[in-house]
Design a protein around this ligand. Structure first.
Ligand code: FES
Ligand code: FES
Length: 215
């Protein structure tokens, strides 16, 4: 007859103690196997935990070089610093906006080797040798990038919080596809949230920038 719930122990049997019916030899043997399994985990993927810890950096600041808008910057940042924080707080490149700070709005978009990324979701230490382009690096001296000029001509902004990210996503699109369709523009900026609802004008601006670039 099974025990009533009230008669059962509230605590499961301790794994450290031999259970009734277990011989001392059997207990030691199974404990040894568990240890061997744990040791196996410590060398998973050929890297021991000790080696992994030796490679770890931080939590203090570490030296870092970042190629930003064609200029190499030597920095000292904590490994936990995002690229957005580094651009804004260390280099005062505040054209990159942080709105959600959690990867859901794309306001912080920059390019890494022409690929648009959310800089609030990218650690500065993970950038490596990739070239960073921010909104400050799009223009050539006094000459605005075609996307920037088209945003102005088509009035493709209101409050402006999303605008840097929108411009960067459109510019990155034209880098990989100089003549996008409107659907391709929509896909390219599908992660860019605009609370003001300027999307139709952004589409117009991106297509106009494409035409102004010619071939
Ligand atoms: S601020 Fe980076 S995705 Fe919103
Ligand atoms: S212009 Fe205001 S959020 Fe896009």
């Amino acid at each position: 007859m099974p025990d009533k719930p009230s008669q059962r122990s509230a605590h499961p049997p301790s794994p450290e103690k031999p259970q009734p019916g277990t011989t001392r030899r059997g207990f030691l043997k199974s404990a040894g196997m568990i240890s061997a399994g744990a040791a196996g985990l410590e060398v998973l993927h050929g890297v021991s935990v000790a080696e992994e810890q030796a490679r770890a950096v931080g939590p203090g600041k570490i030296a870092l070089k970042l190629d930003i808008n064609g200029q190499v910057h030597s920095l000292s940042v904590e490994p936990r610093a995002t690229l957005a924080e580094t651009l804004r707080d260390e280099l005062h490149l505040t054209g990159t906006k942080v709105v959600c700070d959690r990867g859901s709005c794309s306001a912080c978009t920059v390019m890494l080797d022409k690929t648009p990324v959310c800089s609030c979701m990218t650690l500065a230490v993970d950038v490596g040798n990739r070239k960073i382009t921010t909104i400050e690096g799009l223009a050539s001296g006094e000459n605005l990038h075609p996307v920037q000029a088209a945003f102005i001509a088509h009035d493709a902004l209101q409050c402006g919080f999303c605008t840097s990210g929108m411009v960067m996503s459109c510019a990155a699109l034209l880098e990989r596809n100089p003549h996008p369709t409107v659907d391709e523009v929509k896909t390219a900026i599908s992660g860019n949230i605009c609370r003001c609802g300027t999307y139709p004008k952004v589409f117009d601006a991106a297509l106009a920038a494409s035409e102004s670039r010619g071939t």
